[in-house]
Design a binder for this molecule. Structure first.
Ligand SMILES: Nc1ncnc2c1ncn2[C@@H]1O[C@H](COP(=O)(O)OP(=O)(O)OP(=O)(O)O)[C@@H](O)[C@H]1O
Length: 507
C-alpha cells in the first residue's frame, strides 16, 4: 500500500489548490548522508499541512532550510511563485511572512502578553515614545482573531502552556505571517491542551494563512490537519489529503509496518512498595502521596502546570523538596542533588533533553557511559565500545555509530540515547519525564517493550508523561494531578484515555 500512496497533491480538496510554498528537488547532505534527497513539497494557501516521518527522516533539516539557518545543497524554494535566493537569511523569510514557532515557543515569561506580541513586529509609537494603549489594543486584536480572550497585561509566565502557544501564534499574526511553521509544538502537551492549540491553528485556515506542523502525534493529524507529507530517509514517501488516510495507513507510511505495541499488564504488583511517597511537597506540587511496587509502572500526569513534572524532578534530586517523606526500598530517601539519587540507583530522564540530559558535543558512547571508571576499573575501552554497540542496537539508534557526536543526531535518536543510558546501569528506580517526546512510533514501541521487560525484573518506574495514549498503553496505575495535588488515581479498566482527560479537567 505504501507505493499506492506515492501520489503528490490531489487537486480540488480543501487543501486549497493555489500554492503558497513550493519546495522542489531539495537536497541536503551531511558528511556523505543525504538528510534530504530531492524532496518536493507543495503547501496550499490556508492549508494545515502535517510533516511526518520517523526519527532522522529529515523533518528538522527541512524546517531549518525553510528558516534559512541551513542552506540547501541543491533544489529550490518558491514562496507565492517567487524563487527565493539560495543564500537567503532568516530576515529574508521573516520579511516574506514565514514565521517559526518552536517547542519552547520563544516567549519571555516575565514580559506581558502585549510586550511578547510586540517583540518582533515592534511597538506602536506616539508623540512621546511607545504607546502602551496601542500596544495592548494590537495584542487584544491579534488574540481576538484567534478567538482567544486574554488580558494583555498579564505576564506570560502566569499563563497555561496552551495560552502561551496562543500568544506565540498571535505574535506571528502581527508579523503578517502567511506561513507559520510549528516544530512539535504539542510534544509535551496533554490531549486537551494540544486540541486547544490545534483548534487555534484551524482558525487561521479561513484567513488564508498556511501552517506546517511537525509532529509525531498521529491522532492530532487525523483530526485537525488537511494534508500530510511523510518523509522517510530524506525522501517523500507519500503526500495526501488527510481524509484519504487511516491511522494504520499513516503508520505504515512512517515506519513501513504497524509495530506491535505491548499490552498493559493485568496482574497487580505484590510485595512492599519500592518507592513510598508520603505528603511530599516542593515547588509547584504537594502534598502528594503514592507508592510504586516492584515491577510497577506508575504514571504521574495532568496538564502542563499540574505539578507532575516538578514532582518527578524532585524525586530524582533535580528539584527542591520542601516537606514530607520518601522511602526507597524501606530506607529514607531524600535526594537533594542528582548525585545522591544516582548513588541510590535512581536514574532520571529529564524533560529538558538538551539542557539537562545530554552533552551535545560528546559522542553517543560518552553520553551512554558518562562515568566509565565507575563501571569498569581498570578502564576497558573495548568493553565500553561493545556495550555501547549493544545499547545502540537495542534502542535502534540511527546512525548506529557510537562515535557519532550527539549534536548531529536527530531529536528522536538523541532521546533514545538518553533513555538507553538510564537502563544501562541496573537502576532500582527509573524516573522518566516525557521519555518518548519527539520519538517516532516504531522507536516508541521499542522503548515500551524495554520498560516492560525491565519492570518484569522488579524495576520500579515513575513515568511523568502528558501523553495519555502512552499512559494507557504502558502504565499500571496513573496518578492524575491538578494544581499540584492528586486529583484522581486510575488503574485497571478505569485507566482509559477518556478518564485521564476527564480527571485532568477536574471531572
Ligand atoms: N549537523 C549535522 N551533522 C550531521 N548529520 C546531521 C546533522 N543534522 C542532521 N543530521 C542527520 O540528518 C538526518 C536527518 O535529521 P533530522 O534532524 O532532519 O531528522 P528528523 O526527521 O527531524 O528527526 P526527529 O523526528 O528525530 O527529530 C539524520 O540522519 C541526522 O543524523
Amino acid at each position: 500500500m505504501t507505493t499506492d500512496l506515492r501520489v503528490v497533491q490531489r487537486p480540488g480538496t480543501r487543501t486549497g489548490s493555489s500554492g503558497l510554498l513550493e519546495v522542489r528537488r531539495l537536497r541536503k547532505v551531511y558528511g556523505g548522508t543525504a538528510a534530504l534527497a530531492d524532496v518536493d513539497i507543495h503547501v496550499g494557501r490556508g492549508q494545515l499541512h502535517a510533516l511526518l516521518g520517523e526519527n532522522g527522516a529529515g523533518k528538522s533539516t527541512l524546517v531549518k532550510i525553510l528558516a534559512a539557518v541551513e542552506h540547501e545543497d541543491a533544489g529550490e524554494v518558491r514562496l507565492d511563485g517567487e524563487a527565493l535566493p539560495p543564500r537567503r537569511t532568516p530576515r529574508t523569510m521573516a520579511e516574506r511572512g514565514v514565521v517559526f514557532i518552536h517547542q519552547d515557543l520563544g516567549l519571555v515569561a516575565t514580559m506581558t502578553v502585549a510586550e511578547n506580541i510586540a517583540q518582533y513586529a515592534g511597538y506602536p509609537t506616539g508623540l512621546s515614545g511607545i504607546s502602551w494603549p496601542a500596544t495592548q489594543a494590537r495584542a487584544r486584536e491579534a488574540l481576538a482573531r484567534l478567538d482567544v480572550a486574554l488580558d494583555p497585561n498579564v505576564p506570560v509566565g502566569e499563563l497555561s502552556i496552551a495560552e502561551q502557544a496562543a500568544v506565540a501564534i498571535a505574535r506571528a499574526l502581527v508579523q503578517d505571517a502567511r506561513l507559520i511553521v510549528l516544530d512539535e509544538p504539542t510534544a509535551s502537551l496533554a490531549a486537551g491542551e494540544a486540541a486547544r492549540l490545534l483548534s487555534t491553528l484551524e482558525r487561521l485556515r479561513e484567513k488564508g494563512i498556511s501552517c506546517i506542523l511537525v509532529t509525531h502525534r498521529l491522532d492530532e493529524v487525523l483530526s485537525h490537519c488537511d494534508h500530510v507529507t511523510v518523509l522517510r530517509n530524506g525522501q517523500v514517501v507519500g503526500s495526501r489529503p488527510v481524509e484519504e488516510l487511516s491511522r494504520d495507513d499513516l503508520i505504515e507510511l512512517i515506519v513501513g509496518a504497524v509495530p506491535e505495541m505491548p499490552t498493559r499488564r493485568s496482574v497487580p504488583a505484590g510485595g512492599p512498595p519500592r518507592l513510598a511517597v508520603r505528603d511530599l511537597s516542593g515547588h509547584g506540587f504537594g502534598p502528594v502521596s503514592f507508592d510504586v511496587g516492584p515491577g510497577e509502572i506508575v504514571a504521574l500526569t495532568g496538564f502542563a502546570d499540574a505539578g507532575h513534572l516538578a514532582l518527578a524532578s524532585a524525586l530524582s534530586g533535580a528539584g527542591p523538596i520542601q516537606g514530607g517523606d520518601v522511602q526507597l526500598d524501606g530506607r529514607g530517601y531524600a535526594a537533594r542533588r542528582p548525585g545522591q539519587a544516582l548513588s541510590r540507583g535512581v536514574q532520571h530522564v529529564p524533560a529538558e533533553r538538551n539542557a539537562e540530559g545530554l552533552a551535545g558535543g560528546l559522542t553517543v558512547r560518552e553520553n551512554l557511559f558518562p562515568n566509565p571508571r565507575r563501571r569498569w576499573w581498570p578502564l576497558n575501552h573495548r568493553r565500553e565500545r561493545s556495550e555501547a554497540d549493544h545499547w545502540i542496537h537495542a534502542f535502534d539508534v540511527r546512525p548506529p555509530n557510537s562515535n557519532a557526536t550527539v549534536a548531529t543526531l536527530s531529536g528522536g535518536n538523541a532521546q533514545k540515547v538518553l533513555v538507553a543510558r538510564t537502563m544501562a546501569t541496573d537502576p532500582t528506580l527509573l524516573v522518566l519525564c516525557e521519555p518518548t517526546a519527539g520519538v517516532d512510533i516504531g522507536a516508541r514501541a521499542t522503548i515500551y517493550r524495554k520498560l516492560r521487560d525491565a519492570a518484569a525484573q522488579g524495576l520500579a518506574v515513575v513515568l511523568a508523561s502528558s501523553d495519555f495514549q502512552e499512559i494507557n498503553d504502558l502504565a499500571d496505575r496513573a496518578v492524575v494531578m491538578r494544581r499540584g495535588v492528586v486529583a484522581r488515581v486510575l488503574d485497571g479498566d478505569d485507566l482509559t484515555i477518556a478518564a485521564l482527560t476527564g480527571a485532568s479537567y477536574g471531572n
